[in-house]
Design a protein around this ligand. Structure first.
Ligand SMILES: NC(=O)c1ccc[n+]([C@@H]2O[C@H](COP(=O)([O-])OP(=O)(O)OC[C@H]3O[C@@H](n4cnc5c(N)ncnc54)[C@H](OP(=O)(O)O)[C@@H]3O)[C@@H](O)[C@H]2O)c1
Length: 272
């Protein structure tokens, strides 16, 4: 009968709670949420039947798992007043905050078993991709607990080193924006070719969805899927050759490295 506490009841926490309750894995009576906003607390209580608190300490008093779902900027101020209780109870601490290192989480909370997660925005629709990293003190049951909590909002992958969380941030954390950029560019290009904005948008979005579904369901990798739809001398081949001539792969490589490096920089800044 694991007791779960969420510190911060905003978008991400609401999505995870909604997912857990929909799946039927966790009873609402086992979930406590703290948030400073009365309106937000009322919404959570009315939508999901969870216990809500203005005071963070009240939310964690019986918790076996504490999920930190506040913005990274307030994490230190949130954790330090809870440290004495957390140190004594030693719950599993799960942080979904971007850029807060294990070292900072351990220093501010006094907890030993910590899981650091990097979800992404489609988690709000249950279609997220989350990378997780566990500290050495996390046992197999706690790992499974963390995994099932984040699976409520999409798929999960575990990484072996904390540095890989910065790579996860670069690939999937920031990833939705890359696809939105490509969609923007394709819609603009479609309009220049004479399509209405509505037609260009509909075709672009459905094509993105169809391509993602095909890649997910296929037993071959995206490179092979691309080869299969690229007939020699055809239209797709001409477009792909144009992308390659403009060094698209180098651009993607540089963009992801820049995101990875910024993630590491932010961890340092937020940890100070
Ligand atoms: N949304 C995403 O797609 C996404 C993706 C990856 C990672 N994340 C991470 O998930 C975390 C939460 O993001 P979010 O989008 O859910 O943010 P959000 O909607 O702003 O939720 C944060 C909640 O925490 C509350 N809060 C502020 N100070 C607090 C305190 N001292 N104690 C308790 N609660 C407090 C906020 O209340 P007020 O609004 O009244 O301040 C707000 O309701 C962030 O760390 C973010 O980096 C989010």
């Amino acid at each position: 009968m694991t007791q779960i506490a969420f510190i911060g009841g905003g978008n991400m926490a609401s999505s995870i709670i909604g997912g857990l309750i929909k799946q039927g894995d966790v009873k609402a009576s086992r979930i406590q949420v703290s948030d400073p906003g009365a309106e937000q607390r009322n919404k959570l209580a009315a939508s999901f039947g969870v216990g809500t608190h203005e005071d963070n300490l009240a939310a964690i008093s019986n918790a076996d798992v504490v999920i930190l779902s506040v913005k990274p900027q307030v994490m230190k101020d949130v954790l330090e007043p809870l440290a004495a209780t957390l140190k004594a109870r030693q719950p599993l601490l799960i942080s979904i905050a971007a850029g807060i290192s294990m070292e900072s989480l351990a220093k501010w909370s006094g907890c030993k078993a910590i899981v650091r997660c990097m979800p992404n925005t489609p988690a709000l629709l249950g279609l997220g991709a989350t990378g997780l990293f566990a500290s050495a003190a996390v046992d197999i049951d706690q790992r499974n607990q963390a995994d099932s909590l984040l699976r409520a909002v999409g798929m999960t992958v575990w990484v072996k080193t904390e540095a890989e969380i910065d790579a996860v941030t670069a690939v999937s954390g920031s990833g939705p924006a890359y696809y939105f950029l490509l969609m923007e560019a394709m819609i603009d290009a479609g309009k220049k070719l004479g399509l209405s904005a509505e037609t260009a948008t509909k075709l672009t979005l459905q094509t993105a969805l169809g391509a993602a579904e095909m890649a997910l369901k296929s037993d071959v990798d995206p490179a092979e899927l691309r080869r299969r739809v690229t007939s020699p001398g055809g239209t797709t081949e001409r477009a792909i050759a144009t992308f390659e001539a403009a060094h698209m792969r180098d651009i993607v490589d540089a963009a992801l490295k820049a995101a990875r490096d910024r993630g590491a920089e932010l961890s340092k800044l937020l940890g100070d």
